[in-house]
Design a protein. Structure first.
Length: 214
């Protein structure tokens, strides 16, 4: 994993967050307090603005700096959770023995574990983890099997979408929506939506561009 790729991914993440303002806003208005889009937009902007500072750093250090920046700029419940994702991912990456995809998968998994610990949450609680946990598991499995980056990206886009859709029928047991009981049913979780968007954007960046038809 190269720092240049992380910076490119940050730009793609910013674009997808901006392009999905309406849905992120309305989901958090339905089962939260409506600030999730603003939080994510502020975080993405802050990271993209760090490009010059991050470019000369190793990937591990860049991930650490991204996490620290998110800790100081991102509000809400999702801020410290996403910050801990990047800090832990950077820490795991620093100790990676190989630069291969399986090491990226392990780093991603370490980030997800940190969110679980910090938020004291697991699968099926109608949070971002309903996207992140299955994606981390699928990523590790496919990387261990030696799957190509292309196959992994395509699979993770699908896994993220399935995870997001799984939140529709769940009752929330963590976060603001936990107070809503059955009223949360029928709404997707906003944090799950932003994670699905971010994962899809990064995977699409890594998939080779489709060839023009003629
Ligand atoms: P807030 O809820 O403080 O307004 P945001 O609106 O930015 O913060 O983020 C809400 C999202 O945070 C939720 O949709 C959910 O995905 C995620 N979230 C909240 N609590 C937790 C938790 N304990 N573990 C994992 N994710 C959580
Ligand atoms: Mg909110």
């Amino acid at each position: 994993m190269k720092t240049a790729l992380i910076l490119q991914a940050a730009k793609e993440i910013q674009l997808t967050i901006l392009a999905n303002e309406a849905s992120l806003e309305s989901l958090d208005r339905a089962i939260g307090d409506g600030d999730h889009y603003i939080n994510m937009k502020r975080g993405a902007q802050a990271i993209v603005a760090m490009q010059d500072e991050l470019a000369p750093l190793s990937a591990a250090l860049a991930l650490n700096k991204i996490g620290l920046k998110l800790l100081s700029t991102l509000g809400g419940a999702s801020g410290p959770l996403l910050a801990s994702f990047f800090i832990s991912m950077g820490k795991q990456w620093a100790s990676a023995e190989s630069p291969h995809l399986s090491a990226v998968a392990l780093a991603f998994d370490a980030g997800v574990q940190a969110i679980m610990q910090r938020g004291k949450a697991g699968l099926g609680e109608k949070t971002m983890l309903d996207v992140l946990i299955p994606v981390a598991q699928q990523f590790k499995l496919l990387a261990e099997q030696g799957a190509t980056a292309q196959l992994i990206c395509a699979a993770l886009i699908e896994t993220a979408e399935l995870g997001l859709q799984s939140t529709l029928t769940l009752i929330a047991t963590k976060g603001r929506a936990a107070g809503l009981g059955e009223r949360a049913i029928g709404h997707l979780d906003p944090g799950a939506k932003s994670c699905q968007l971010m994962i899809t954007a990064v995977c699409q960046l890594l998939l080779p561009a489709e060839k023009p038809s003629n």
